[in-house]
Design a protein around this ligand. Structure first.
Ligand code: GUN
Ligand code: ZN
Length: 465
């Protein structure tokens, strides 16, 4: 149905991580209910989740949508992808992050100044998200307000959730010229974006709004001490309304010419995180407002020191782990065990376009492989439930919206996918031969592909491109 539906009961195989575990306890929380039911009420919330045979008497007459043979999964959450790289998943960048940005990405992102181009891209971006079942996402935005307006409008039209903000650049190489503004203009555009789009669909309700805004400096090398100064102030002003902070951190350590060396040199700090952690005041001097908090998501964090990880954990900020992109750019392997030991929320990010997979379960598939294959003392064989957790509930937690979605518990919004294995034979074979909940979860995380994602629901409403 195109509108919020009447009360309906979806009957199928319910598979999710229930409750609110951390990643190391996801396995205990894995629910696999072969003849399961989700009752979705007229406000789009889950009124019942459990065995079909256990439906409470007051819901017994609910009309049934029969999806037997299908899996009912929580919608995927992508904790980091780039809107203006929707067409840039195939760019050969010459070997390092910085050369890839310079040669391929900055010129591609400049095209989003054109309103017609940006509108079409926003439509295709939403369509790709729907095809991949990505119901919620932290989206790294375009520099251009006209493109961000198109993104928010098309996302609202599709019925998806989004947090996004314009990518701020106040310095950079010549190739980034069209993306760069002065400091005052950058601040003005960020303020205007917050005023126009933050919780625009549900004013003043950061817990309920589907459209929310983030402050997004591209990375430390794209901005100045002064940028961090005014951005820290702006972040403090808007903290109570739930404006987010999102950026890249410590991604690529190519010596001498790499990102990390350059940040330390340019900012005169000992640590990359210092740039984001309140060292710089409004005039660029030392001591300002930290940009880290519960609504801060740091993409990559591959080469962080123990001290940086401790500070991320203390701030309750989250990490978007993007293994597909890290393989593509040779960025290295994020330290899974050191993150988990500190209780840092690690959610998966496709990082489209350095990542060439929109489907978060495919990112989980790469996640499994890279952590199996890293050096012996760091290697870990991730549990299937941990992969499902990282693709769904961890993302909702990273967005500070775990109360609203991320799993199929009664009381949450009905953000879910109907997965039909018969539409993708390799998945059908894997599912048919699964020997229990763990094996089923692994089959889904390894073998799911877009053709099997039959229906996508956000807050009980079926979304379509
Ligand atoms: N660091 C700064 N900008 C980018 C980007 O667009 N992609 C990735 N992967 N890293 C970045
Ligand atoms: Zn990125």
């Amino acid at each position: 149905c195109a509108r919020v539906c009447d009360v309906l009961l979806y009957r199928g195989h319910v598979l999710h991580i229930a409750g609110s575990p951390d990643v190391d306890h996801a396995r205990d929380a894995l629910v696999s209910e072969p003849d399961g039911a989700l009752v979705v009420d007229d406000s789009g919330r889950i009124a019942y989740s459990g065995p079909f045979g256990g439906i409470p008497r007051e819901l017994a007459g609910t009309p049934v949508v029969d999806r037997r043979g299908c899996l009912l999964l929580p919608g995927f959450v992508d904790a980091h992808l780039h809107f203006p790289q929707v067409y840039t998943t195939d760019a050969h960048g010459g070997g390092t992050l910085l050369s890839w940005l310079d040669r391929c990405v900055f010129p591609a992102e400049a095209c989003f100044a054109d309103a017609g181009f940006a509108r079409e891209a926003a439509r295709e971006f939403c369509a790709a998200r729907i095809a991949a079942g990505t119901t919620a996402a932290m989206v790294f935005g375009s520099a251009f307000p006209v493109a961000q307006d198109a993104l928010f409008e098309e996302t609202a039209r599709a019925g998806l959730r989004i947090v996004s903000g314009r990518g701020v650049q106040t310095r950079g190489p010549a190739s980034a010229g069209p993306l760069i503004t002065g400091e005052a203009e950058a601040e003005r555009l960020c303020r205007a974006e917050i005023a126009r789009w933050h919780c625009a669909d549900d004013p003043g309700r950061p817990d309920r709004a589907m459209l929310q805004v983030a402050l997004v400096p591209r990375f430390a090398l794209s901005v100045t001490r002064e940028t961090f100064g005014w951005m820290g102030e702006l972040h403090r002003e808007h903290r109570s309304s739930g404006v987010y902070f999102h950026t890249h951190l410590s991604e690529n350590d190519a010596p001498g010419v790499g990102e990390i060396d350059s940040v330390l040199r340019d900012f005169g700090t000992d640590s990359y995180l210092d740039a984001y952690d309140g060292r710089f005041g409004p005039g660029g001097e030392l001591a300002g407002e930290s940009l880290l908090g519960r609504r801060s998501i740091l993409a990559h964090a591959v080469h962080c020191t123990d001290n940086e990880l401790d500070r991320i954990a203390t701030a309750r900020a989250s990490v978007a782990h993007c293994p597909t992109s890290q393989l593509f750019l040779g960025s290295g392997t994020m330290p899974w065990k050191r993150m988990a030991a500190r209780g840092i929320t690690v959610a998966l990010g496709s990082d489209v376009g350095a990542g060439d997979e929109w489907l978060v379960s495919r990112v989980a598939n790469d996640c499994f492989k890279v952590h199996m294959s890293t050096s012996a003392d760091r290697a870990v064989s991730l549990e299937p439930a941990a992969l499902l957790f990282s693709s769904t509930l961890a993302g909702a937690r990273a967005l500070d919206l775990e109360e609203s979605f991320g799993n199929l518990d009664a009381g949450k919004d009905a953000d879910f996918l109907v997965v039909d294995p018969s539409s993708w034979p390799p998945l059908a074979r894997s599912v048919a031969s699964a020997s229990g909940p763990d094996s089923l979860a692994f089959a889904v995380m390894m073998a799911l592909r877009e053709p099997a994602i039959a229906e996508v629901f956000v807050r009980g409403r079926r979304v379509s491109a």
